[in-house]
Design a binder for this molecule. Sequence first.
Ligand code: C2E
Ligand code: CA
Ligand code: CA
Ligand code: CA
Length: 278
Amino acid sequence: AKGRGLNTYALYSPDMNITTREQIVLESSLRKAIENEEFRLFYQPQVDISTGELKGVEALVRWMHPSKGLIPPNDFIPIAEETGFIHQIDTWVLRTACRQNKKWQDQGFPHFRVSVNLSSMEFLDDGLVDVVKEALNESGLDPKYLDLEITETMTMNVDHAIPMLRNLSSLGIQISIDDFGTGYSSLSYLKNFSINRLKIDQSFVRDISKDANGTNIVSVIIAMAHSMNLEVVAEGVEQKEQLRFLQVQKCDEVQGYYFSRPIPAEEFEQSFPELIAK
Ligand code: C2E
Ligand code: CA
Ligand code: CA
Ligand code: CA
């Protein structure tokens, strides 16, 4: 943890590295970014592995910086979390994703879920349920078409996670565990939670066919998840042979560059027929 002494705030201390200085600059421009609505959502399809049907899209935030261009989330989410701006970003993401999905439905696209990533800070905040409720109400989106992606680490405080997940799923929305396999939870532990699906972390998908261990982990996760009536999405699918393996293992859905990179809503609409014709 950082000290709170005067030195912490000496902005031009000689031993300060570029990264820290850059962070300070980013922090002040994050404030403006929220006011100026500089964030954009990109969408990446989640496809039914056996029918090729589009089952969902994951909404991924980008920052359209006026001079730096498109900034990926890993470069600003950590700073947004440290400074508390994450709450405004995640609220904006939720509202925008719900509104966009309702718009697609009204335009006549087939219905599919939209998945939204939540910061662990959101999950600790009791206001989350109201924020979700409000995003659903104002958009008019049927709750079953909203999915929240949370990580295993967020469920570690069981006393908090169990009622939080129960409250969220009582809204009728869906819950996915993101990056599954990288955290601490075991599948039996997840039995205590109201969740709908697991997303196998892309590090395991990358190891498919490279290494017998990697493929084993993937098969075990799929089999156990199914025994608990959970759906499984594999993320980071880039190659045909990964897709083939996942098909044999009866994975439910796939997501990755093999199908599409995350793309803006307009591009998604234009390429829609090809997206699902893989
Ligand atoms: P994530 O939730 O695990 O998202 C998946 C990341 O993998 C995305 O990176 C996506 O573009 C990338 N990806 C998808 N398919 C492939 C593939 O086939 N190969 C490879 N190499 N990568 C693939 P992105 O968009 O840069 O997001 C990074 C992380 O930032 C996300 O990881 C998520 O943790 C966080 N994030 C994104 N959007 C939001 C948001 O709205 N709110 C919060 N709190 N976090 C977000
Ligand atoms: Ca995710
Ligand atoms: Ca993930
Ligand atoms: Ca991740």
